[in-house]
Every structure is written in C-alpha cells, then in structure tokens.
Design a protein around this ligand. Structure first.
Ligand SMILES: [Cu+2]
Length: 192
C-alpha cells in the first residue's frame, strides 16, 4: 500500500527574480518610427519620456574643412534624473564616429573611438571640445564651409535622437592624429 506520498515540491529555490526584468524597458513603445505604426490614434504615453527630451546642446560648432575628416563639438546638458548615453551620430555629410583622446604607447595624444558612447550624467553636462571627446566626421562628401550650418544627429541609447545644428568655423587646432588601426594617423588639417 502506498502511504500517500504527496510531497510538496520544495519551493525554496524559486526566488523572485522577475522584478528585475521589469525595470529594464521603461518606455513601452520604441519611439524610433514616428509614422510607422497603424494605431496612430491617441498617443497618450505621457509618462514615458525619451532621453532626448532631457538633452540640450549649447555652443555647437563644427570645424570648417575642405575634405577628409573634421570634428564637431558642443556642450551637452542633461536635465533629467537619469544618465543619458550618446551611442552614435549621423550626418548627411559623412559617417560619424564618437571619439576620445588617449595617450598611445609613445606618449603621443591620439584620438580613437570611444567605447560605450558618451555619457552625460543626470543633472550634469559633458563637453565635446578640441583635445577631448568629439564627434568625428570621417569622410566628408562636401566641404564644410565657415559660416554655414550643419546638422549632426545624436543617437541615444533609448533610441531617441537629438539634432544638433552646428555652425562651421575655421579653427587652427584640433589637429590630433587619428589612431584606429590606420597606423600612423592623419592630421585633421594642414596648417596655414
Ligand atoms: Cu576624432
């Protein structure tokens, strides 16, 4: 005869790890496609704020250049309560990379791609400036002319974007060499 072995499965190991998952995706809908979705009736998602809503750029400018590479700068301000990370950038003029300055083996300052993007701390700011982090336009398809304005679009980690309109100006500095496997690196400009 069986002595009723209705054992309860020991639930000790089953912990509540589900709560962590809920935190990750705060914005319910990806905001990348503004006009794509069929249900475009009422956009009542007031609670989900995009990172771009908290980001502003002051003093943007781009270095005038005839061809080749050039760089764009600005001071990025984050008025939100969460860090904002710029993970990429685009331009009609050129492929764009996020760069930082670093010291190479020989002690020279070189620029290279910034791993992990540019983080603007909550309530803080991050300056893109000659000699520091910058947006690198890798190969201009047209000249960047002093006095004209050029758009660079920042891509944020949550998929939102911020368009920065940068006036071009001549600038003699920012001639850092570029170290990204190209070997010796090129000058961003020729001196006058
Ligand atoms: Cu660069």
């Amino acid at each position: 005869m069986s002595a009723r072995t209705t054992r309860r499965a020991p639930l000790l190991g089953v912990t509540v790890t589900l709560a962590l998952l809920a935190v990750a995706g705060c914005s319910g809908t990806p905001s990348g496609t503004p006009s794509g979705t069929a249900s475009s009736g009422s956009s009542s998602g007031a609670s989900s704020s995009a990172a771009a809503d908290h980001l502003t750029a002051t003093d943007p400018w781009i270095k005038a250049a005839e061809s080749g590479m050039t760089a764009a700068f600005a001071v990025l301000h984050n008025d939100g309560d969460q860090d904002v990370t710029v993970v990429g950038a685009t331009s009609d003029l050129s492929p764009v990379e996020l760069h930082e300055m670093a010291t190479d083996d020989s002690g020279a300052m070189v620029m290279r791609q910034k791993e992990g993007g540019l983080t603007i701390p909550a309530g803080g700011e991050h300056a893109l400036e000659p000699g520091g982090d910058h947006l690198m336009l890798m190969e201009l398809s047209a000249p960047v002319q002093a006095g004209a304005e050029y758009d660079v679009t920042l891509e944020l980690s949550d998929g939102s974007t911020l368009v920065v309109t940068a006036p071009a100006r001549t600038f003699a500095g920012a001639k850092e060499s570029y170290d990204d496997g190209h070997g010796e690196g090129h000058d961003m400009s020729h001196d006058g």
